[in-house]
Write a protein that binds this ligand. Structure first.
Ligand code: CMP
Length: 226
């Protein structure tokens, strides 16, 4: 890979050509198919991954075998940093939800890059802080909100992360499956389907192909409720 290719990643945006060259020298590309497991929770970690194309879900499994989705990550996002930093096993299972291409960097190279480039270390720490804030918000909503409130917060987060304003007062987001929404907010698929159906009946939400359109007024209503 050409060093300049790495400039596309926000993580490396501030590096000069020589520094990009040293990243290019140690990075490799790996490809995965939809549903491939990239890491299993509890296995030893030896590699850092940056998503070049595709998406992953970060999951845990409940004692009853139910999947809990902690996060969904897409192009430009990274994963696999935690066990390299704390020398503990992988904290979660990471699964490709679509065809995936990642740039990988081995542990010793990753740690050396962090020690030599404070701009990268700072961005990694900022992203870990953001994830901790999201996790705290999730703990709060599980402890204090009913399932409608949790769904409202889910859509607000989704709109903030990837919402695109389209005509006539709607915000477009990629449509997650009802099962993956259920596994993220801690309820059943049937409950999610029922609540989404109610929102559609009130014209607060439209679903078309792979896109959900959220009416701006629905987001205002959600904001007032959470
Ligand atoms: P690691 O523990 O090495 O392997 C699993 C990865 O999943 C972890 O590093 C993080 O990159 C990612 N991860 C774990 N927990 C979360 C979370 N709550 N939100 C987003 N990503 C996470």
């Amino acid at each position: 890979m050409q060093p300049s290719f790495f400039r596309n990643f926000v993580l490396f945006a501030e590096l000069d050509d020589r520094e990009l060259g040293s990243i290019a020298a140690v990075a490799k590309t790996r490809r995965y198919a939809k549903d491939d497991v990239i890491f299993h929770a509890d296995e030893t970690g030896d590699v850092f991954c940056l998503i070049r194309m595709g998406r992953v879900k970060v999951t845990m499994t409940s004692p009853e075998g139910k999947e809990i989705i902690l996060s969904v990550l897409g192009p430009g996002d990274f994963f696999g940093e935690m066990s390299l930093l704390d020398n503990e096993p992988r904290s979660a299972t990471v699964i490709a939800t679509e065809a995936l291409e990642v740039v990988t960097i081995w542990r010793s190279d990753f740690l050396q890059i962090l020690s030599e480039n404070f701009s990268i270390t700072r961005k990694v720490l900022a992203e870990i802080s953001r994830r901790l804030r999201t996790a705290s918000g999730r703990i709060e909503s599980l402890a204090t909100m009913d399932v409608y409130g949790r769904l409202a917060r889910y859509f607000l987060d989704l709109a903030a992360q990837q919402g695109k304003i389209v005509d006539n007062g709607y915000i477009a987001v990629t449509r997650p499956t009802h099962q993956s929404i259920a596994n993220t907010i801690g309820t059943s698929r049937e409950t999610v389907s029922r609540l989404i159906h109610d929102l559609m009946r009130q014209n607060l939400l439209l679903s078309e192909g792979k896109t959900i359109y959220l009416r701006q007024s629905a987001l205002d209503q959600f904001r007032a409720e959470v």
